[in-house]
Each structure stands twice: as C-alpha cells, then as structure tokens.
Design a protein around this ligand. Structure first.
Ligand code: NAI
Ligand code: 13P
Length: 299
C-alpha cells in the first residue's frame, strides 16, 4: 500500500501554510506553490494534482487564469479556501470553478479564521460549504481536533459573506483610522451585515449564512482587528497613504480591494443598494474618506 499523502494544499501563502499545518495533525499532507518553499512535504504541482483531495488557497483574482493554465481534473475533491469575487468579470468563484470541477466535487471554506492563529493551533470553527454533504463528510476527518467544522449547502451565501466582509473590513479600518469612535464602527459593521445579506439574497444566498460563522462571525473578526490585512488597508487609507504604498507595505493579498470593484459592478448591474461597499470602491479610487463619511451619513 502506498504511504503517499492523498491530500494536498495548493498555494503556500499565509492561509495555505496554516491549513497545511492544521491538516498535518491527522495525516501527512502535501503542499505546493509556484516557488519552492522549505516546508515539510513540499512537492511539485503535478504530484499535488494527483492527490484525491485538494485544498486550493490562491488569491481569488488569480484563480481563473491559474485553473486555465495549471489545473487538470482527475476526479479530485476540491475545497476552495479563497475569499473574493473576480473583479474583471464579476464572477463568483463557484462559477469559475464550475468550468473545471463538477459541483459534487467542490466545496468552499468559510468562517472566522486568521491564519496567524490557526498556525498556532488555537481553536476555531469553520464551515465547509458544498451542495454535496458527502464531500463534507469526506473532508471533515482531515481536520484536527482544534478545528470544529460545520456543514452548509449554501455555497453562494458563504462566498458572498467571505468576500463582502473583506470590503467591510476596509471600511472599518478607515473608521478606526479616522477616530470616528466605537459607536460609528458598530453601526458600520451592523449596517454592513445588512448590506451583504441584501447583496447575497439577490444571488440566492440564505439569511442564516449571514448571521452565522460565515457572515457575522468572519465580519466581526475581520472588521475589528488589525490582524486583518483588509482592515490595515483601511487604516492606511485613513492616513492618506496611497494604495500602492499600502499594498507594498502589506506584502500580502487584501482581497477586499479588488472585490470592492466586483461588488460595485454587480450592484449596478442588478440594481442592489450597497452604499458602504460603493464608498470603499470610491475611496480606493481616490475619494477623500471624510467625504465618503458625509455621503454615508446623508444617504
Ligand atoms: N490569511 C488568512 O488569515 C486567510 C486567508 N484567506 C483567503 O485565502 C486566500 C489566500 O490568502 P493568503 O494565503 O493569506 O495570502 P498570501 O498573500 O499570504 O499568499 C498568497 C499566495 O498565493 C500565491 N499566488 C499568488 N498568485 C498566484 C498565482 N497566479 N498562481 C499560484 N499561486 C499564486 C502566492 O505565491 C502566495 O503564496 C485569499 O483569498 C484570502 O482571502 C481565507 C481565510 C483566512
Ligand atoms: O479571512 C480572514 C479571516 O477569516 C483573513 O482576513 P484578511 O485577509 O483581512 O487578513
């Protein structure tokens, strides 16, 4: 019998490495990335793609291209760990993946989970979202005891929540950076939750996803902590730093930047009222955050 791992993580950024660390508690787990890394069980892409189970943790904006150029479907079961909406096309990740992986083989991870805490083995709860409960049952045993997993069939709800909270975290960082106070921040976060739910409903998302781990859970985490890269983008914007400067300092992905463009586009196309996300997009384009505040207060 082969002792080779049957599961691999693709993408060795912060989240890919944290997931690899976590999954390695229960079984040997491969990890691969564009550039070789000094990580136990690091392997090449081909070997990873030959695994029965994959977790893909590359940034949302790179996925479409990455799948086209690199992915070969061999009946693998796939969990997507990214949180974002493709900005060029406005496509949700499940639509992009659908061109390469059948629905019954794919799931999406959501919920509050800073990689920096997961990689210390601190407890957390995640939702594995898939229309196939069987897929959830197959992945569940791979997760270590310090991660509690829940099942949901609401893929679009989880996707919208995970992507939208990144944009709201930027707004919340701006709020903090402008010293607007805790009242303002709590109002922003709770109205943001209403807004993401309204947006999601348009695409068939369930309300329950927004009041659970995927929505409120991840939003409260990300929009209230400078451990969040998106929150730190907001702090930088409030300090009048340029986006280029902020992203260079960050050196990691802040999905909310591009996702705000996607939400802006989709909300215009479908006529959805998304005032906070729209203001984030405008501030990222150069609008003064104080003018955004005035506009939000008066809209
Ligand atoms: N860091 C965190 O706490 C969490 C992150 N996520 C999500 O996971 C995704 C990845 O985030 P992180 O790993 O934290 O970002 P990161 O910035 O630490 O790493 C991104 C990784 O993707 C790789 N990458 C970039 N472009 C690529 C391409 N064209 N082809 C292949 N690989 C490419 C980079 O080499 C890098 O290793 C994002 O969508 C993020 O929202 C989700 C939950 C928690
Ligand atoms: O999604 C995350 C935690 O659940 C990570 O958020 P940031 O990408 O803003 O750091």
């Amino acid at each position: 019998m082969s002792n080779k791992p049957k599961i691999a993580v693709i993408g060795a950024g912060k989240w890919g490495q944290a997931l690899h660390f976590a999954l390695s508690f229960k079984q040997e787990t491969y990890i691969t990335s564009r550039t070789p890394r000094d990580i136990k069980n690091f392997t090449d892409l081909n070997t990873a793609l030959n695994c029965e189970y994959l977790i893909i943790a590359i940034p949302a904006q790179q996925i479409k291209q990455w799948l086209k150029e690199n992915f070969v479907f061999k009946n693998q079961k796939v969990l997507v760990a990214s949180k974002g909406i493709e900005a060029n096309t406005g496509e949700f990740l499940n639509e992009i993946y659908a061109e390469h992986v059948p629905e019954k083989n794919i799931g999406f991870i959501s919920g509050p989970s800073f990689a920096a805490e997961v990689i210390q083995g601190l407890p957390c709860a995640l939702v594995l979202n898939s229309t196939s409960k069987k897929l959830y049952q197959e992945f569940k045993p791979f997760f270590p005891d310090f991660i509690k997993t829940y099942y949901s069939a609401d893929v679009i709800g989880a996707e919208v929540a995970g992507a939208y909270k990144n944009v709201l975290a930027i707004a919340s960082g701006i709020c903090e950076g402008l010293h607007l106070g805790k009242n303002a921040q709590a109002s922003l976060i709770s109205r943001g939750l209403v807004e993401m739910q309204r947006f999601g409903k348009n695409f068939g998302a369930k309300k329950s996803s927004f009041i659970g781990l995927s929505g409120a859970g991840d939003l409260f985490l990300t929009a209230s902590s400078n451990m969040s890269r998106n929150y730190r983008v907001g702090l930088g914007l409030a300090q009048n730093k340029s986006l280029e400067e902020i992203l260079e300092e960050l050196g990691e992905v802040a999905e909310g930047v591009k996702t705000s463009e996607a939400i802006y586009k989709l909300s215009k196309e479908y006529n959805i009222y998304t005032p906070i996300a729209n203001e984030v997009k405008l501030v990222l384009d150069g609008k003064n955050p104080k003018d955004s505040l005035k506009d939000l207060l008066n809209s």
